[in-house]
Design a protein around this ligand. Structure first.
Ligand code: GLC
Length: 823
């Protein structure tokens, strides 16, 4: 029944400032009410007749309902509706606190409208009908209500179903919403947010594991974002039912959204990060390759796999223990038959360069002989139904109860449970099944109560944040117990803001080419939806990939911020060497490339953390005015310098690549190519097309079998000639502590600029960290002349290597300020 929820707009047609009695049948679509519930009244905002200002908050009323407009920053305005004047207390898991920015604003009124303005955006409240619209400081209107905001009373639970409907324009495109399993451009789609365990999901299946109620619109080359901060089941319609309307609505909570102005998509994403937070710097090892499987056990198997990496000389940093390491799947226990001495095993693995990551699920087995259950029971930490019965359900351990992670006391308890695992040397924790998933029923019933950090609610309100609060408890607990070391966490479920606590993976995908294509889109989408640290199960979780599919997935995975292969228990062995040659060698080549690029990726994380940039950037983000780019969904840049064009079809020997305007270098051949066009590129199995933006400085580490295997003696800087100014970053620090929060880091900026006869590289630095290595190994690519003289900080460099492929190499000290290369 729920699947047929009609667009609120079509239900309500032209009714303005009026009340409508819905037919009982229509109402059923929206509420699925219990027997005997009367039809309800649907209400619209009336005529705004009064405004009151308290600092940066403006309250408009029609005499009954109240609308709050808050100037959050110069480019972010929040709108909130109180159907009968009373707002809920302000609390959000996504936005712990509004940004504190001194901003000027003003209120203006004439016969037709009220207008709240900052120097960059205006929020217009139309007097005739309470339509709310937004424009920029040139008067260009970016977003307009198609009807006034409206609501319907929820007779069963109290509160309201809340609706907002905006105009949708002919060429308007929509992006975002997290990990939706559909085309990148969401135009014409209707989607729902309700965290769901979606084993082996299909293309277009919705909803999936996460709920990120944030989308970006691009219309006439101008972008804006809407962040509908509502944790209830929420719906989005991007011109699906009526091509002229975009709607979003939820089954409860407040109609509260942030309008985030562009004009560029990048501005929108950066500002979304300002609201919901960024991923903290990950431990550097977590950027390496991770190997997972359901499950590696007993202990000897784990050791065999670890040794397999070292014997095959395939780099790897992380090895995972899935549910079978536990005693009867009881969290925080060990199966001592399989793992007699976990501390010793973990320490041996660590000596061999492996970090151990263990899975922890939310279901706690009902068992009075199990300490975690007993403590939770005694302290009343488990979720209860509305009449105080325990919420019970079956998951891996059998009959379970579930901690209420929306209770800060429970989160604290949970965090402390990791002390033994941390003592054993566990470096990371994987939170799964936290949608929350329950066998049979899918998830908890609606009436389950949650403490919700003191703001109380049923599961309808807490469902979508349950997983996020679980991984928050995990992350905060680990952070405390690991002292000053950065914990690694990964979660399956999440809500907007989950990036502050965890990385995510896209859940139980399938070993198919379609899923390779889908994963490629999902990761780009997550990245522009606040979740930059993301990856797919490389190879596909269920089903069997052949060598070709696995290798193409490793190629894409080498450019996923999180890189992990994982597979279900009923599949064949799935390590990078499992498919024999030529696959093993090609997999090695790409995993090695990943390791070479770790300083580049680590710097991209820094740019995310410090400046709010997403790590994967879809083509539309590079050229949003280019309409064709709104539909080009299979290429992206990794950071802002490396364009990746994965090969997504079996037997594919070539593919078309679109290069954004400007000059690019083919990473493999070093040939310079002009962008702003498509070109065909050969794609034999050992090649995935990669292009580097002219002017880039790409830092590189020597290949190691795991991060930190050897001290870095010098950093290689790959410099790609350009005739215009291009800036690059290199971020360095200890790689595993939080010292960067106290400015113990080094942020280097390179500025590259060339002419027909020269190339200049300038370096500037900020921060207090001093790397141990002394020098750089510089490699010049694409120089249009043979260098006759190189002057570095005033002295001439003598030892230049002239390579046959017209690249040139030399070494110099790491603190240089300026290097000039002359014809
Ligand atoms: C779920 C997870 C999967 C894991 C399995 C067993 O299906 O998504 O990654 O391997 O549970 O724990």
């Amino acid at each position: 029944m729920e699947e047929n929820i009609p667009n609120p707009e079509l239900l309500t047609a032209q009714l303005l400032a009026a009340e409508e009695i819905l037919e009982e049948e229509e109402f059923h679509h929206l509420n699925n009410p219990a027997e005997g519930i009367k039809p309800i009244v649907k209400k619209y905002l009336g005529i705004p007749n009064h405004v009151e200002q308290i600092d940066n908050r403006f309250y408009f009323t029609d005499g009954d309902a109240n609308v709050e407009v808050v100037v959050v920053t110069k480019t972010i305005i929040r709108v909130r509706l109180a159907p009968h004047s009373v707002f809920l207390e302000e609390f959000s898991y996504a936005v712990p606190e509004l940004p504190q920015e001194a901003v000027e604003y003003s209120l203006f009124e004439d016969e037709t409208e009220f207008r709240v303005s900052t120097e960059l955006v205006n929020c217009h409240i139309r007097k005739q009908d309470f339509h709310i619209s937004f424009s920029d400081n040139t008067g260009h209107v970016t977003s307009t209500d198609a009807t006034p905001m409206h609501w319907e009373e929820n007779v069963k639970f109290g509160g309201y179903y809340v609706f907002c409907t905006k105009e949708c324009h002919n060429e308007e495109s929509f992006f975002g919403l997290g990990d939706k399993a559909t085309d990148f451009n969401l135009r014409g789609k209707r989607l729902k947010n309700w965290n769901t365990d979606a084993y082996s999901f299909n293309w277009n299946q919705d909803p999936l594991y996460r709920s990120i109620p944030f989308y970006i619109s691009v219309n006439e080359g101008i972008a804006h974002g809407i962040f509908f901060d509502n944790t209830f089941k929420a719906h989005f319609d991007f011109g699906a039912e009526d091509a002229t309307k975009t709607s979003f609505w939820a089954d409860g909570g407040e109609l509260q959204y942030y309008y985030i102005h562009g004009p560029h998509m990048m501005d929108v994403v950066k500002n979304y990060h300002i609201l919901t937070g960024k991923h903290p710097m990950p431990p550097r090892w977590a950027l390496g390759y991770h190997q997972c499987r359901w499950s590696y056990y007993p202990e000897n198997k784990v050791r065999v796999i670890a040794n397999g990496f070292r014997q095959n000389k395939i780099p790897c940093d992380g090895i995972y223990l899935d549910i079978d390491y536990m005693d009867g799947y009881r969290c925080f226990t060990w199966n001592r038959k399989y793992f007699p001495d976990p501390k010793k095993m973990i320490s041996d693995l660590a000596a061999n360069g492996f970090k151990t990551v263990v899975i922890i699920d939310p279901g706690i087995r009902v068992d009075d002989n199990y300490a975690v259950f007993k403590e939770g029971k005694e302290n009343r930490y488990f979720c209860r139904r509305c009449d105080d019965y325990f919420m019970e359900g079956h998951v891996w351990p059998g009959r379970c109860q579930f901690p209420d992670f929306t209770n800060p006391e429970v989160r604290n308890w949970w965090g402390n449970l990791f002390d033994e695992l941390v003592d054993y040397g566990v470096a990371g924790v994987w939170n799964d099944m936290n949608e929350p998933a329950v066998f049979g029923s899918g998830t908890f019933p609606d009436d389950v109560r949650h403490q919700y950090d003191g703001y109380r609610g049923s599961h309808r309100k807490a469902h979508n944040v349950y997983g996020m609060q679980m991984v928050r408890a995990t992350y905060e607990g680990l952070r405390k117990q690991m002292k000053n070391k950065r914990p690694f966490t990964i979660t399956r479920a999440g809500y907007a803001g989950v990036q502050r606590y965890s990385s995510v993976w896209t859940g139980d995908n399938v070993a198919s080419w379609e899923h390779l294509r889908l994963g490629n889109i999902q990761l780009q989408r997550l990245s522009i939806s606040g979740i930059s640290f993301c990856g797919t199960d490389i190879g596909g979780f269920s089903g069997e990939p052949d060598g070709e599919l696995f290798t193409r997935w490793i190629q894409l995975g080498s450019f996923s911020p999180f890189m992990r292969a994982h597979s279900a228990g009923d599949t064949k062995e799935r390590e990078p060497w499992s498919f024999g040659e030529p696959f093993t060698s090609i997999n090695r080549k790409f995993i090695e490339l990943r390791y070479r690029l770790i300083p580049y990726l680590y710097s991209a994380f820094w740019e995310h953390y410090r400046y709010g940039f997403p790590i994967l950037r879809p083509l539309v983000m590079h050229e949003q005015s280019e309409m064709a780019n709104h539909f080009r969904q299979d290429e992206f840049t990794f950071g802002d310098k490396i364009l990746v064009c994965p090969v997504l079809n079996p037997g594919q020997q070539s593919r078309n690549v679109y290069l954004p305007k400007g000059k690019w270098y083919d990473f493999w051949t070093l040939e310079m190519v002009d962008g702003g066009r498509e070109l065909a590129v050969q794609t034999p199995l050992d090649i995935m097309p990669i292009f580097v933006k002219a002017g880039s400085v790409i830092p590189e580490y020597p290949v190691m079998q795991y991060t930190g295997e050897k001290d870095i003696e010098e950093v290689k800087l790959n410099i790609y000639y350009s005739d215009s100014d291009v800036r690059s970053f290199l971020f360095e620090d200890y790689g595993e502590t939080f010292a960067y929060e106290q400015d113990i880091y080094l942020e280097k900026k390179f500025l590259v600029n060339g002419t027909a006869d020269s190339l200049t590289i300038q370096q500037s630095m900020e921060g207090l960290y001093t790397p141990r290595y002394e020098g750089y190994h510089l490699k010049l690519n694409g120089l249009p002349f043979k260098p006759a003289k190189i002057i570095a900080d005033g002295t001439e460099v003598k030892d230049i290597v002239f390579n046959k492929d017209k690249t040139y190499e030399f070494k110099f000290r790491k603190n240089f300020k300026k290097i000039e290369i002359f014809r």
